[in-house]
Design a protein around this ligand. Structure first.
Ligand code: ADP
Ligand code: ZN
Length: 524
């Protein structure tokens, strides 16, 4: 290929070996680096752990001029500066964590023209003093890490990134390189429009991480489910993600009683506690970090052996990025995601409570639907996950659904019972009340609303309460029910109406009734 014939890339490979001690490029790196060295504007979408930083580090080491790297994470900048200095590449960072001497030294190196790499936060870069000085000194290349932060459609929008459009203009005809690990189609287009004056060379590297096993399970007895999973991973380091601060603490405490070394991590903990827990996780083996999403970005620990989601993530990109922290050394690693109807409703509320424009709401709901679809899927998880990132593939043979399969049945009768109960109770009650009606339970609420008089009252005695709520969840995930009212109530969508009147078939997953009547006491 062109890659191996050009002199630049031969030199690049030599430099990779000489400076970094690596034998070869990682998949995708070589072509990105070649395009950068050829002076093109480049937009690279590459998964976490694929070695994105190398894409600007190596060209900066090779071609002399100054590369300004924009990164949102101070810890990451400092790490990279240290790594670059250790191999003799002149690098510095300007950030709010600099002490005075560091700041002065960085500035001196910059002004004297010694620097190959300058790491800055976007807000720092946009400040007038630095920007004007950079314009005078001349910048060879602007490398924008975590480029999805510039897009409102991205899952991690940061308003500071918006200023980069102006930065690029002020710096004049500077080469722009944007890198990100996550971006769906809409986000990618938006990033390109914001950061590049004309369409860049785009590279989208495969998102497949074949060494990660993917498994999902309905959240039933979460503590035991997590403890059982961890029992199979004794001695390995891993992360358990939970949706709230309280839950990280209670889960960590629970896992401790089961003999694990488990530490909580969330933004509400003292900075000193957070750094201590992070250090222990990085330095010791077999530590389980029980964390909110505050943990992970920029954590470079190659031998994370598992990632568990104790609660369903809010979107596929977040899910992918979080599981992607496992197995960065390429060795097998396991993931488990627990999900429930409550999780889905919680995520929906989170979106609705955001004070953003309707278009944004729509996009976020779409994104959430993609996540709930992934949970309620009946075919290969990996295939669906890759399809979300625009990649075609066959069944993987190693996810829970490939291994165990989802048994589907024609669920028209069950669905019609639920939908009819929803319709007859006025489209505002939650799963618990709907189950009471179907099971024929004369609870206070049933009597108060006169629901014991309904035709559907007692029409579903053949199933358990758990089974009915699983059916409600699947109908919700399938878009036949939507949320209504303020207390987890449901209404029918157009699709629900079509199913109710037999105009649309519906298949749902077979419920395992043998576990339905298990005692759930105390398992939160
Ligand atoms: P990303 O930003 O894509 O998540 P990083 O840039 O942090 O990934 O790189 C992940 C790890 O891979 C780093 O430890 C880096 O030194 C290493 N790495 C990068 N390029 C190569 C290579 N060509 N061969 C081996 N290791 C590499
Ligand atoms: Zn599969």
């Amino acid at each position: 290929s062109r890659l191996f014939s050009s002199k630049e890339s031969r030199d690049a490979r030599k430099a990779l070996r000489r400076l970094f001690g690596y034998d070869d490029f990682r998949p995708g790196q070589g072509e990105v680096i070649e395009a950068i060295l050829a002076g093109e504007d480049v937009f690279a979408v590459m998964p976490t752990g694929s070695g994105k930083s190398m894409c600007y580090q190596l060209p900066a080491a090779l071609d002399g001029g100054l590369t300004v790297v924009v990164s949102p994470l101070i810890a990451l900048m400092r790490d990279q500066v240290r790594q670059m200095q250790a191999i003799g590449i002149a690098a510095a960072s300007l950030n709010s964590a600099n002490d005075e001497a560091e700041g002065r030294e960085a500035w001196r190196q910059l002004v004297s023209g010694e620097l190959s790499l300058l790491f800055v936060s976007p807000e720092r870069l946009a400040g007038e003093g630095l920007l004007q000085r950079l314009r005078e000194l001349g910048v060879r290349r602007l490398a924008i890490d975590e480029a999805h932060c510039v897009s409102q459609w991205g899952h991690d929008f940061r308003p500071e990134y918006r200023q980069l459009t102006r930065v690029r203009e002020v710096l004049g005809d500077v080469q722009v390189v944007a890198l990100t690990a996550t971006a769906d189609r809409a986000t990618r287009d938006d990033i390109a429009a914001q950061l590049f004056p004309k369409p860049p060379r785009s590279f989208v590297h495969s998102f497949d991480r074949p060494n990660l096993s993917l498994r999902f399970a309905v959240k039933d007895r979460p503590r035991s489910q997590i403890a059982d999973f961890l029992a199979g991973h004794k001695g390995g380091s891993g992360i358990v993600y939970a949706a709230s601060r309280d839950r990280t603490e209670s889960l960590a405490a629970h896992l401790e009683t089961k003999g694990h070394r488990a530490l909580p991590y969330h933004a509400g903990l003292e900075q000193s506690v957070r750094s201590r827990h992070q250090d222990i996780f990085l330095q010791e083996d077999g530590v389980v970090m029980v964390a909110t999403i505050a943990f992970g970005m920029g954590i470079n620990k190659p031998d994370v052996r598992f990632v568990v989601h104790a609660d369903m993530p809010g979107g596929v990109e977040a899910y992918y990025q979080e599981i992607g922290r496992a197995g960065r050394d390429g060795l097998p690693a396991d993931t488990l995601t627990l999900y429930s109807l409550e999780d889905m409703a919680f995520r929906r509320r989170q979106i609705d409570e955001k004070d953003v424009d309707p278009e944004r709401h729509r996009v976020e709901h779409q994104r959430l639907t993609a996540m709930t679809d992934l949970c309620e899927l009946a075919t290969c998880r990996r295939q669906a996950l890759l399809a979300y990132f625009g990649e075609e593939s066959g069944p993987c043979g190693s996810c829970d659904l490939c291994l165990e399969g989802a048994r589907l049945y024609d669920a028209q009768t069950d669905a019609q019972k639920v939908l009819s109960a929803v319709a007859r109770t006025g489209q505002r009650f939650g799963a618990g009340h709907l189950a009471d009606v179907l099971l024929g339970q004369e609870t206070d609420a049933v009597k108060r609303h006169g629901h014991q008089e309904l035709k559907t009252f007692g029409a579903g005695k053949e199933r358990s309460r758990r089974s009915w709520s699983a059916i409600v969840r699947q109908l919700f995930a399938a878009g036949a029910l939507s949320e209504a009212g303020e207390h987890g109530g449901f209404a029918m969508t157009q699709k629900g109406v079509d199913v109710l009147f037999g105009r649309e078939p519906i298949r749902l997953r077979v419920q395992d009734e043998s576990t339905a009547r298990r005692d759930r006491g105390g398992d939160r």
